[in-house]
Design a protein around this ligand. Structure first.
Ligand SMILES: Cc1ncc(COP(=O)(O)O)c(C=O)c1O
Length: 424
């Protein structure tokens, strides 16, 4: 871990009931460094103006920064051009955009959309909504007992379903299991029958180097707020040759070149998909956040060092609970096979959303942690089908960011043990 990195995050100095904040909920949203907070404030102090419209000085400056931020994102994920980068509010909006454009334009009854059993709801519900209208089939790549995607099953489906498989949309890193999926292989399998392949990178972008050209996917989405950028910033990457053929998702200002009473001419990409006044400061500061993040990763010694940091933290967590019977890990039991998140159950307790009656209410545990400044998440983490698949009730989840330390893990473990033992 980089020395002084924690000092860059003002919120980490916060005390809750006299205890320091131990933030272990970065998979939900990351905290923001002073650099990003300053860039938001600088935007409002110096450049606040609407983009792509007026010709006055600050409007031109804001527009230039907006376009530059698209370029920074393109470089960050190794896209070919900023034209492939659509700014949306979050991953959810990116996934919905593709379902409602590529999906709506290309799917018909009898076609197949392939998802997986470990998807976040935002990569399930948009397809269920569209399915009601169009009537295609949705098939889920099974998750094996070892918590891996069953790629053999996918190959078999492609062999039998062939060209009926029109879209494959899968998560890169699961927000519950923390497992990384072989997305490059999935892309190759999908492309062998001409399917469009999308990757949900909401949880991969803060933990690994993402290279969309290497993955080969047709689309990739992520949320800026999970990678140290402000809320309201998100990205849809889509290959230029495909994005250029898509109809607009939303109509309004700036997504057009001209409008008459009877028709309109759509703008060029990516602006065709950025209708209305966007979250300007969030989009601009996403670029600043990625600059900051890249610099920090470089100072750490590269992406491998960031990975080492994440593994060390989860390793420490596994060690803290080694041999403890009531601590039931959901997913793989090795830090090396997980990326940034660890979900678990506490035997005998049930968390928010539990459908069965279990002995004790886990909200007392959550409350115990929360009062002592510890921020973790409990529930289904918007991945209910995955919990159902393993007949596991809602879980508690620890997730780490670049600012977490082994001390955070120790404080969490000690407090959780106290909470559980005092409840029995
Ligand atoms: C894997 C995954 N996909 C999609 C999302 C949705 O992200 P957002 O709420 O920023 O749209 C999340 C959020 O936690 C996620 O973990």
């Amino acid at each position: 871990m980089l020395k002084n990195i924690r000092d860059q995050f003002p919120i980490l100095k916060r005390k809750i009931n006299g205890k320091r904040l131990v933030y272990l909920d970065s998979a939900a949203t990351s905290q923001k460094p002073q650099f990003v907070i300053d860039s938001i404030s600088e935007y409002y102090k110096k450049y606040n103006a609407n983009i792509h419209r007026s010709s006055h000085v600050i409007a031109k400056e804001a527009t230039t920064m907006w376009i530059d931020s698209h370029r920074k994102v393109a470089n960050f994920i190794n896209a070919d051009s900023y034209k492939e980068i659509v700014f949306v509010r979050n991953s959810t909006e990116g996934l919905n955009l593709i379902a409602n454009t590529y999906g709506r334009q290309n799917l018909k009854g009898g076609d197949i959309v392939v998802l997986s059993e470990m998807e976040h709801h935002s990569n399930i519900v948009p397809w269920l909504i569209l399915q009601k209208e169009i009537g295609f089939d949705i098939k889920y790549i099974p998750v094996s007992e070892e918590y891996d995607l069953d790629i053999g099953w996918l190959k078999e489906l492609i062999k039998n379903g062939g060209s009926r498989v029109k879209i494959i949309s899968v998560v890169h890193i699961s927000n519950v299991l923390g497992t990384i999926n072989p997305v490059k292989e999935i892309v190759e399998i999908g492309h062998s029958v001409g399917a469009f392949v999308m990757v949900d990178g909401a949880q991969s972008i803060p933990h690994i180097k993402v290279d969309v050209r290497d993955i080969g996917c047709d689309a990739f989405v992520f949320s800026g707020h999970k990678v140290y950028a402000p809320t309201g910033s998100g990205v849809l990457y889509c290959k230029e040759s495909i994005l250029g053929e898509l109809n607009p998702f939303m109509g309004g200002g700036e997504m057009i070149l001209s409008v008459s009473k009877d028709s309109f001419e759509a703008n060029d990409i990516p602006w065709r998909f950025e209708a209305g006044t966007p979250d300007i400061e969030s989009g601009i500061c996403l670029g600043s956040a990625l600059d900051w993040f890249e610099n920090v990763v470089k100072e750490m010694g590269g992406w491998d060092k960031l990975r080492e940091h994440d593994v060390e933290l989860l390793d420490a967590l596994f060690n803290e609970f080694d041999g403890i019977e009531w601590f039931k890990v959901f997913g793989k039991s090795s830090a090396k096979e997980r990326y940034g998140v660890l979900a678990f159950n506490i035997e005998g307790f049930s968390f928010k959303g539990c459908k069965e009656k279990v002995k004790m209410d886990g909200s007392s545990i959550v409350e115990y942690l929360s009062k002592r400044g510890i921020a973790v998440r409990e529930g289904f983490h918007c991945a209910e089908p995955l919990h159902d698949r393993f007949k596991v009730g809602p879980t508690m989840r620890v997730s780490v960011g670049i600012y977490n330390t082994k001390e955070d893990i120790q404080v969490f473990a000690k407090t959780l043990k106290e909470a559980v033992l005092s409840s029995y």
